[in-house]
Design a protein around this ligand. Structure first.
Ligand SMILES: Cc1ncc(C[n+]2csc(CCOP(=O)(O)OP(=O)(O)O)c2C)c(N)n1
Ligand SMILES: [Mg+2]
Length: 578
């Protein structure tokens, strides 16, 4: 941890460490840690803390539900690269955080959550609004702690930030009993943080890096497979230079989208269950797979036994527990992707690999992503293509979970890191709108577009009011198919079209948006799409566009659960559209 010279203890006098209350210590330490924006919701046991926040120089955003607040902190962290902070009360407030915390944990997003707790002597008494917050959140946080002595408070907050953002990032929670907020102690000097048992690796092992470079030089059919870890490590530039130097085709995971410019010819776009045929074929046929900041998730590998059957595997990751967890790895390199990729770029030679690139070009020609462009109906893929066309790579795109998320991954072309924000690991419906709000708070001048599903949007649409209150000009495009489309697709394909409980009656979203103080637009025809998007982009207020798309469109191609990556359904449908 870098020392802030003004707080270097050797230069400070005792008057720099006055006696303060716990609440004051929290606010001062948050500011010291760079938390200029906080999301949160008050309640009884955090009143002393909220009183200190009354005139603190911190921007405070109140969501309409604490779950929304965690997704906002998450979107804020992903868009900015900073730690997202949320403060809530005990019991129901803390319980409402769980979905957002689990979501951040699965996608390795740095969040510090402060929860109020009942008075220390009441803990375990079923006191009013008591919940065992550390117990509930232990499996879904990178680390959590409860403060038992006000003297530990300041160091615990510093450690929480340190743990959240170093190594493989993740959420850290501190539970703070209300008596600790009013207890007093002296401020503590800022010290280097050293935690026994937590020493995140920095650089990779040079011998392993050399071995990886040799394997790459030898390979005739390599594939570079980049995940969200590349973005978390701010290593997109290094990924690009390494891929150029070694001459490698590059595929990314859902969370890796934006780590590599998809307009480049060597981009294979996304791999996996709804990845491109050319990415999946290339992985299945490659002789070397170089995974960077990716964890061989089951949505990526399909049937593990037959995943990349001919390949030697190099795995570069900051988290040693990811190595050989799902897929056996030949050359592990544990450390910071930014450093390792820069080292690898120095070590590797350029190799032409004409045959391999010709083969990939042939797959790309034969199996591009397609949909029925001749249809007069309003196709979801068309809406997303038009959004991409109008907003280009400038927009920060955020999604909900379902078919619309996959179509956005397929048809919106990404080229910059931190410009695509989606719930990958947990797959949390309701993430889109609040995460977009968090991204807009982090990047006030950026164009932020949420592409959401009707059912996902329904889960957290109350947060429109938050966007209105804080004058956040987010755009929300609802891909409204009147279904839990992704589940309906599985019912169509695997349950004989028995659409069991996958339809809900939606309100008129444009009218709801207007009632909540936002702009609402409804679109029913293909011919209205371009002008609605233009109107939305020109709008200064939060704007919700309800695209009433064809109801039973499917996401293709698809690797059905348990199938091998090359066994894709839907390619024949694509060929018939050629
Ligand atoms: C909180 C939550 N509940 C249930 C699911 C299971 N699920 C995955 S996708 C989906 C349907 C999503 O519907 P919608 O948001 O309308 O998106 P579409 O697939 O129609 O584009 C459901 C129910 C989930 N991912 N998250
Ligand atoms: Mg839907």
């Amino acid at each position: 941890m870098k020392k802030n010279p003004s707080q270097d203890s050797s230069r400070q006098s005792p008057s720099d460490f006055p006696i303060k209350t716990g609440a004051e210590i929290i606010v001062e330490t948050l500011i010291e840690q760079g938390a200029d924006t906080i999301f949160g919701y008050p309640g009884g046991v955090v009143l002393p803390l909220f009183d200190r926040l009354y005139d603190a120089p911190i921007r405070f955003i109140i969501p309409r539900h604490e779950q929304g607040g965690t997704h906002m902190a998450d979107g804020y962290a992903r868009a900015s690269g900073k730690v997202g902070v949320i403060i809530v009360t005990s019991g129901p407030g803390a319980c409402n955080l769980t979905t957002g915390i689990a979501n951040a944990m699965m996608d390795s997003v740095p969040i510090v959550a402060l929860t109020g707790q009942v008075r220390t002597e009441l803990i375990g008494n079923d006191a009013f609004q008591e919940a065992d917050t550390t117990g509930i959140t232990r499996p879904i946080t990178k680390h959590n702690m409860i403060v038992k002595d006000v003297k530990d408070l300041q160091q615990m907050i510093r450690e929480a930030f340190y743990i959240a953002k170093t190594g493989r990032p993740g959420p850290v929670l501190i539970d703070i009993p209300v008596d600790i907020e009013v207890a007093k102690c002296q401020l503590q000097p800022l010290k280097e943080i050293s935690l026994p048992g937590y020493k995140p690796p920095q650089k990779g092992h040079l011998r392993q890096i050399k071995m990886a470079a040799q394997a790459i030089d030898k390979s005739d059919k390599p594939v570079l497979y980049a995940g969200g870890g590349v973005i978390a490590a701010d290593a997109a530039k290094e990924l690009h230079s390494f891929a150029q130097k070694a001459n490698l085709p590059v595929t990314t995971t859902l969370l890796g989208l934006g780590s590599y410019d998809q307009s480049r010819p060597e981009s294979l776009d996304m791999l996996g269950m709804h990845g491109t045929a050319y990415a999946n074929f290339a992985v299945q046929e490659c002789d070397l797979l170089i995974a960077v900041g990716a964890r061989f998730d089951d949505r990526v590998t399909g049937k593990v036994k037959t995943f990349a059957p001919n390949a030697k595997i190099i795995h570069i990751d900051i988290d040693p527990s990811s190595i050989s967890k799902n897929v056996a790895v030949n050359i592990p390199v544990v450390g910071d992707a930014k450093f390792i990729l820069a080292e690898l770029a120095k070590e590797v030679k350029h190799k032409e690999r004409k045959e391999w690139f010709d083969k990939i070009a042939d797959w790309k020609r034969r199996y591009p992503l397609r949909y029925d462009t001749r249809s007069a109906g309003l196709k979801p893929q068309y809406v997303i293509e038009q959004l991409c066309e109008a907003a280009k790579s400038e927009a920060i795109v955020v999604t909900g979970v379902g078919q619309h998320q996959m179509w956005t991954a397929q048809f919106y072309k990404h080229s910059k890191p931190r410009h695509f924000i989606t719930s990958g690991g947990l797959g949390t419906m309701g993430f889109g709108l609040p995460a977009a709000i968090g991204a807009q708070v982090a990047r006030p001048d950026a164009l932020v577009i949420a592409i959401d599903g009707d059912c996902s949007f329904n889960m957290t649409l109350t947060e429109i009011s938050t966007a209105v209150q804080y004058e956040l000009p987010i755009k929300v495009c609802i891909i409204n198919n009147g279904y839990m489309g992704m589940v309906r697709q599985w019912q169509e394909l695997f349950y004989n079209k028995r659409y069991s409980k996958t339809h809900i009656d939606n309100p008129e979203f444009a009218v709801v948006a207007q009632a909540l103080g936002a702009v609402g637009i409804a679109v029913e025809k293909k011919s209205e799409v371009k002008s609605a998007i233009a109107k939305m982009l020109a709008e200064k207020k939060p704007c919700i566009v309800d695209f009433k798309v064809e109801r039973e469109e499917n996401v293709w191609p698809m690797v059905a659960a348990g199938k091998s990556l090359h066994e894709m359904d839907g390619l024949d449908i694509f060929e018939s559209m050629a």
